[in-house]
Design a protein around this ligand. Structure first.
Ligand code: ADP
Ligand code: MG
Length: 348
């Protein structure tokens, strides 16, 4: 649907495995001082000196995690990197390297993989990270991508999910729900396109939402911002499955409760408009929509003055005693228990 119609189709079998790896990886440059040996040997070699190393990995499967009908391969490559960097950022660490493993069926020509790797290259430049290895193999059907991200941090700077205190404030970066509504718009346009392939989608009113879905960014800037503000979060998580599900993770691991305030939820004006058009409640979307890749964290109440004027950060609630439970306080001042309606990979 959104894919550009690339005319040239070079069969992967023409290159062979090693030719393909060489071709796809030839543009990766080493930027990080911690990368001693990158692609080309049996393993990469890294040296983090006195820093701690954090590692996170993600697996993306065509038809489960992405749909190539509306996900251009370049965006897919970019997003596959970003979702991993977001996990490193959620540890309050600095991402430094990734490995990229792919399995592809011969339905993909070389040109398609070039687009995927263009997106990966773009992200690795934007976030100043090195691609230090991976694996390339064939699949019976569809595309599978697995990225592993590595990051560094001083031990004392690392933030876990389990450090929130009863009196802490709950803070989120950016805005919520837009990536989910972007997906709804793209799904709708896909249906329209399937009925009439000549129908070119008019997406002008949805640009922000679609960008949030197709080209998310990892909030690697928040670590630097908080350092400047002299605030260390007591707990942190990135929002991949939806706000409510992430709040519940922090609460369970930290053994605290939480009051989340509906009126405080940061949403983009475009989200409000499109929710009206789709007849969906924007609060439900902000709370349950996934893939925002914003950071959710708790801070000591004494730090409130340091963050209150920052346009990147919104205080959306406060923690409580565990026995008080986890609730949304609505605009009408009713108290509703928060449920993890976030996306569940194992759901039927
Ligand atoms: P091995 O036989 O040890 O698995 P490969 O021939 O698969 O080695 O890989 C050769 C080199 O290319 C290695 O450094 C590996 O990490 C790298 N590499 C292979 N596939 C990819 C990929 N998709 N992205 C980045 N690097 C890759
Ligand atoms: Mg290999």
């Amino acid at each position: 649907m959104l894919e550009d119609k690339n005319q040239q189709r070079t069969s992967l079998s023409q290159l062979g495995e090693f030719g393909l790896i060489d071709h796809l990886t030839k543009n990766f440059e080493v930027k990080q001082p911690s990368t001693l040996k990158s692609i080309g040997d049996d393993a990469a070699v890294l040296d983090f000196k006195d820093k701690k190393v954090v590692i996170s990995t993600d697996l993306l499967i065509e038809g489960v995690h992405f749909d190539l009908a509306y996900m251009p391969l370049r965006h897919l490559g970019y997003k596959a990197v970003v979702v991993n960097l977001s996990d490193i950022a959620a540890m309050n660490a600095k991402p430094t390297q990734i490995t990229v493993s792919i399995a592809v069926s011969n339905r993909f020509p070389l040109e398609a993989l070039e687009e995927l790797f263009d997106g990966i290259t773009l992200a690795s430049k934007a976030y100043n990270i090195d691609v230090i290895g991976g694996d390339t193999t064939s699949s019976q059907k569809g595309l599978i991508i697995s990225i592993t991200a590595v990051g560094e941090a001083n031990e004392s700077d690392i933030v876990y999910r389990n450090g929130a205190k009863q009196t802490d404030l709950l803070v989120v970066s950016g805005d919520l729900g837009s990536a989910y509504m972007g997906l709804q718009v793209l799904e709708r346009e896909k249906q329209v396109f399937q009925v009439n392939p000549n129908n070119q989608p008019d997406l002008d009113n949805y640009t922000y939402l679609i960008e949030r879905q197709l080209k998310p960014e990892a909030r690697t800037d928040i670590r630097e911002l908080l350092e400047k503000l002299e605030v260390k979060p007591t707990s942190m998580i990135d929002i991949s499955d939806g706000l409510s599900s992430e709040i519940i993770h922090i609460c369970k691991q930290s053994k605290v409760g939480c009051n989340l305030f509906e009126e405080k939820l940061p949403v983009d004006p475009q989200l409000i408009n499109v929710c009206e058009e789709f007849n969906i409640d924007s609060t439900t979307v902000a709370i349950n929509g996934g893939e925002d890749y914003e950071l959710l964290f708790t801070i000591a109440i004494e730090d409130y003055d340091k963050i209150k004027a920052n346009p990147n950060l919104t205080v959306i609630g406060h923690m409580t005693q565990e026995s008080e439970g986890i609730h949304l306080i609505t605009r009408a001042n009713t108290k509703i228990p928060l449920k993890a309606r976030g996306w569940n990979a194992l759901e039927e």
